[in-house]
Design a protein around this ligand. Structure first.
Ligand code: PMP
Length: 394
């Protein structure tokens, strides 16, 4: 029996994530300052814990309907209707919403529904590690659009040059991983117009939407300042798939919860696929997520904004860093005078007990590194001190 002979070429084309190697290094060096982690360090809100535990204790442990817990979908649809103007209810409803197994679950279902063999999806470079592999899993191709020239903004002008008759999807990720950069309102409007003109689905991965800093590119909405989103532009429901999550916002990444909202017909299709894959998101944890909707995270976001300021004041003077206006990452350029690739810098930093992630993990280039400031202040201080010294060439 040869398992090798059974494995598909498609599966072989998918690589292990570079982040795994960094995690292995972190296990080998338990004393190191770990700035490679992409999840919040704070304890999750008490109300969420209580609601999930109570759901388990009250026997809410079976399946929910495929698209999710009715009460959670209802609350989110109401919020989104207020924010975007999309119509979720009634006979003429144009929009649909479903709960997914993590933001990743929503992204996978969207790719399965829209991308076929030979189709193309345009993704920013640098990108969230999953995007190219999702395309591969659907026998499609990710076409990377460099954002190095535009301060890591994905612009319609650069996307348009890459569109071919096979392009079916463009992924916008704002605030972005690995850069923390937030799209401008103009970027969102121009991308939406381009995608509409070319009949392309614009997937807006807004997993970090709550982590948008007050000093940055924010828009006023009925619910306070928010990062610009194509979903808030009139008529956008026709070709925008909005994907948001709970894990990063409330600190329960392991609960695997997200949601997808967009054209009703597309959400129906995703839901059909969910029926035969994830079935539904974890039931008791959906109850926990419902409780999260009443939790105010602004104190935490303000703390992250202060950390962002510390990153900029420490590293901004010694290296090129585009200011992150959201999420909790900074993508730092290794100064050319050091003559080091991102990989080489990462290895040298690990030798000094600071873990970051080489830019090549997220990009066709190897000129930068990503650091996460979702770590306690003392660790961040210590790590930034070492990195600043290295960037000065000491
Ligand atoms: N999109 C982006 C941009 C991310 O950074 C992540 C997680 N790192 C995800 C999606 C996946 O999130 P989830 O854990 O909700 O599946």
């Amino acid at each position: 029996m040869s398992i090798e002979a059974l494995i598909t070429d498609r599966s072989r084309r998918v690589d292990w994530s570079g982040i795994r190697a960094v995690s292995a290094l972190a296990r080998e060096r338990p004393g190191a300052v770990n700035l490679s982690i992409g999840q919040p360090e704070f304890a999750i809100p008490e109300a969420c814990k209580r609601a999930a535990i109570s759901a388990i204790e009250h026997d809410q442990n079976g399946y929910t309907p495929n698209p999710g817990l009715e009460s959670l979908r209802g609350a989110l649809s109401q919020r989104l209707a207020r924010e975007t103007g999309w119509g979720f209810d009634g006979a003429g409803a144009e929009a649909g919403l479903m709960i997914t197994s993590g933001t990743s679950g929503g992204l996978l279902l969207a790719c399965m529904a829209v991308l076929g063999p030979g189709d193309e999806v345009i993704v920013p470079d640098p990108y969230f590690v999953m995007y190219p592999h999702l395309a591969t899993m659907c026998d499609a191709r990710a076409v990377t659009c460099s954002t190095y020239e535009t301060g890591f903004r994905l612009t319609a002008a650069s996307v348009e040059r890459l569109i071919t008759p096979r392009t079916k999807m463009v992924i916008l990720n704002s605030p972005g991983n690995p850069t923390g950069v937030v799209a401008t309102s103009g970027d969102c409007a121009e991308l939406l117009e381009l995608c509409r003109r070319k009949n392309i689905l614009l997937v807006s991965d807004e997993i970090y939407d709550e982590f948008t800093f007050s000093q940055g590119r924010t828009e006023r909405t009925a619910d306070g300042p928010r990062c610009p989103s194509p979903a808030r532009i009139a008529g956008s429901v026709s070709n925008v798939l909005l994907i948001r999550g709970f894990g990063k916002t409330y600190g329960f990444t392991g609960w695997r919860l997200g949601y997808a909202a967009g054209p009703k017909r597309l959400i129906e299709e995703l839901n059909k696929l969910q029926q035969y894959t994830f079935v539904c998101a974890p039931t008791p944890l959906q109850h926990g997520a419902l409780a999260a909707l009443n939790v105010d995270m602004s104190g935490v976001v303000a703390m992250y904004e202060r950390r962002r300021d510390l990153v900029m004041s420490t590293l901004g003077a010694v290296a090129e860093v585009v200011r992150p206006d959201g999420a909790y990452y900074a993508f730092v350029k290794v100064p050319e005078r050091l003559g080091m690739s991102g990989e080489a810098f990462f290895r040298a930093a690990a030798e000094r007990d600071v873990l970051v992630i080489p830019g090549s993990t997220f990009s066709g280039r190897d000129t930068h590194f990503r650091l996460s400031f979702a770590v306690r202040d003392e660790a961040l201080d210590r790590g930034l001190g070492v990195l600043a010294k290295m960037l000065r060439g000491q």
